[in-house]
Write a protein that binds this ligand. Structure first.
Ligand code: NAD
Length: 254
């Protein structure tokens, strides 16, 4: 049985992670962290990981970049692997994650769904096949509560396209400020926010007289929560410190 702590346990994703663990026989939630304090009473909740009074095999974090410092300190001190699913980290925070992964196993992915990770591969392949002759644009849509834009997944899709293209593209987030034609090496990244859209990502390859579109839609939060629990079970069995991602998980389970 893998003992799991949920960081951000009172949030939308944290609650779905708890439900997924209840339905599994190999994972159990032993506690949670949340600045809001107490949850529904089904497990103990601490506002700061430093107060945590239980043993655990892994932490799953769906909270906020503001929680990172305490989480990394907790993971390193207690030698508990961390699954970081939160998005919107700064460059400094990404460097801190990298440094901490030399001491403790850390799994980080801005998107925990298997489908999106297959989409990445398709985007890379499409970019290498269509090359210079097609304009690449990325459009993402999320619910009206999301604070970071563009989404971490849109940035991952940009990186996937960049790996396949024969040139280094320029990401363009805002065409409002400059009045000029699109540069052929631009990749426009547009963010739509509204309602309760769980998460849509679309990569458009627009050529002369034809358009290729690759799209992923998440229908519920379960797809991400379930991927994060699988990642925690995988990480709990990894003894080596390091930075792990969905490719490691997919290779381990396929
Ligand atoms: N990687 C993925 O597949 C994936 C999927 C969905 C959401 N996310 C990300 O997960 C994060 C949470 O999403 P959500 O929709 O559940 O948000 P939410 O606002 O519903 O929940 C966040 C929870 O974290 C808590 N929190 C905030 N700051 C904290 C801190 N400093 N310390 C401890 N707890 C803190 C809040 O009180 C809240 O309960 C976001 O960054 C989102 O982009 C990632």
């Amino acid at each position: 049985m893998v003992k799991i702590l949920i960081s951000g346990c009172n949030g939308h994703m944290g609650r779905v992670v708890a439900d997924i663990c209840k339905a599994r026989s190999d994972a159990e939630v032993v506690g949670g962290f949340d600045i809001l304090g107490q949850g529904d009473g089904s497990f103990p909740v601490w506002s700061n990981p430093v107060q945590c009074a239980v043993e655990a095999d892994a932490v799953i974090d769906f909270s906020s970049p503001a929680a990172l410092e305490n989480l990394l300190a907790f993971g390193k001190e207690k030698h508990v692997p961390l699954v970081l699913a939160t998005t919107g980290y700064s460059e400094e925070q990404l460097a801190a994650i990298d440094a901490a992964s030399k001491e403790v196993p850390i799994f980080r992915s801005a998107n925990m769904s298997l489908g999106v990770n297959v989409l990445m591969e398709l985007v890379k392949r499409c970019a290498s096949l269509l090359g210079e002759d097609y304009d690449v644009e990325i459009v993402e849509r999320h619910h009206n509560r999301k604070v970071d834009a563009p989404s971490g997944t849109a940035l991952m899709l940009y990186e996937a396209a960049a790996q396949g293209l024969p040139y280094q593209p320029n990401p363009v987030y805002d065409r409002h400020a400059v009045r000029q034609r699109r540069d052929p090496h631009d990749i426009g990244i547009s963010a739509v926010r509204g309602g309760n859209i769980v998460g849509d990502h679309e990569v458009i390859f627009a050529g002369r007289d034809e358009v290729v579109e690759l799209k992923h839609s998440a229908m519920s939060r379960e797809v991400f929560a379930s991927g994060a629990v699988k990642a925690a079970c995988y990480l709990a069995g990894v003894n080596e410190p390091g930075l792990y991602n969905m490719n490691d998980l997919v290779s381990a389970v396929v």
